[in-house]
Design a protein around this ligand. Structure first.
Ligand code: KIV
Ligand code: ZN
Length: 388
């Protein structure tokens, strides 16, 4: 089922909410889900319906509100979980049950205390049960990146036969390395006889800071769904960040060869909403959505950007929802940026000497202040004129 369309599955409301301290109310989840729908996210994982009455109510409310994205609920490979997920999704225009069981030796032995054969049986049963409730079932092999290849082939083939149309391979503990993780997808897709009947999906955690790199590598090896969160929120060090994946796919279409349907102009407002609802601020140097992501301070960069934006910009700030890019005036700024700012403020100089004098005063001030604002520039010109 390979195509050039990449499905964006957002799990901010489920895995994102698993960030310690990031829990959200039903109303907050519905608000975020509406933004995700505007972003044109394909699948919104709204929660884990059996986890609590509140989570059930949230999944139900999101399912009843959102019409343009598929709404998904997580469920362990346990009857009660699957039934509860199905119940929460009844009002959805398009609903998906996402059921999972761990497949790595360490999880099967210590956590599940089950034999591999029992895990396969449980997975088949779960997928069949979910398929009786909804037409769209995703199956995850939890801890796939630490699972044995032959066992994964066996369970994937069985759950596709049982009716799963998406096979998700999570790097649950963020252990994967891009080359190895991508090749795992390529080998599985080539080895499982009925792989063409399903979409393969990557779900990466960021314990080693590799979640986005691992997801992109999976895409280059055949994954056609990526699971991610706004601002990279998620369990422990978080999940792959939606904004980074979407913009990497778009900016490097030349090598990625896939497209999403995301309307990126809603990225920054969605990031802000998630940050304010969860109380998790976005670091200034965070890619795409950090306050400095499109801000230039060095004189060389500012001069380049003023001559041609693409000298130092690979994306347009406006395309991801910023008002504009930003030339920050500070001690590294050069004459070109300072002059451009004076021009924008309508301040002109009668001679080159007067401009040189203003620039010298600017540099003195910049040594004392992190950032020079428009009011500082105006005051500086008035002081220069008073002193003249
Ligand atoms: O990280 C993980 O393995 C998960 C699964 C439940 C998909 O979040
Ligand atoms: Zn996860």
């Amino acid at each position: 089922m390979s195509s050039d369309r990449l499905i964006i599955f957002d799990t901010t409301l489920r895995d994102g909410e698993q960030s310690p301290g990031a829990s959200m109310t039903k109303a907050e989840k519905v608000r975020i889900a509406k933004m995700l729908e505007m972003l044109k996210v394909d699948v919104i994982e709204a929660g884990f319906a059996i986890a609590s009455p509140g989570d059930f109510a949230s999944v139900k409310a999101v399912a009843e509100t959102i019409k343009d994205s598929t709404i998904c609920s997580l469920a362990r490979a346990v009857d009660a979980d699957i039934d509860r997920a199905g119940e929460a999704l009844q009002g959805a225009a398009s609903g998906r049950i996402h059921t999972f069981i761990a497949t790595s030796p360490i999880h099967m032995k210590y956590k599940l205390q089950m034999q591999p054969d029992q895990v396969v049986e449980r997975a088949i049963h779960a997928v069949k049960r979910a398929r009786n409730l909804v037409g769209d079932v995703e199956f995850s092999l939890e801890d796939a990146s630490r699972s044995e290849f032959e066992f994964m082939c066996r369970i994937i083939e069985a759950v596709i036969d049982a009716g799963a149309s998406t096979i998700n391979l999570p790097d649950t503990v963020g252990y994967g390395e891009p080359q190895e993780f991508g090749e795992m997808f390529g080998r599985l897709i080539a080895s499982v006889p009925n792989a063409h009947k399903a979409i393969f999906s990557a779900h990466c955690h960021n314990d080693l800071g590799l979640a986005v790199a691992n997801s992109l590598s999976a895409v280059r090896h055949g994954a056609r769904q990526v699971e991610c969160t706004i601002n990279g929120l998620g369990e422990r060090a978080g999940n792959a960040s939606l904004e980074e994946i979407v913009m990497a796919i778009r900016t490097r279409k030349d090598i990625m060869g896939v497209e999403t349907r995301i309307d990126a102009t809603h990225i920054v407002p969605t990031s802000r909403l998630v940050a304010s609802v969860t109380g998790f601020p976005v670091q200034p140097n965070k890619a795409i959505v950090g306050a400095n992501a499109f801000a230039h301070e060095s004189g060389i960069h500012q001069d380049g950007v003023l001559k041609h934006r693409e000298t130092y910009e690979i994306m347009r700030a406006e395309d991801v929802g910023w008002h504009t890019n930003k030339l920050v005036l500070g001690k590294h700024s050069g004459r070109a940026a300072v002059k451009a700012r004076f021009d924008a403020l309508g301040v002109s100089f009668e001679s080159q000497a007067a401009l040189d004098e203003a620039f010298a005063r600017f540099k003195l001030l910049a040594d004392k202040k992190h950032e020079i604002f428009d009011e500082d520039l105006q005051a500086l010109v008035l002081d220069a004129r008073d002193d003249a």
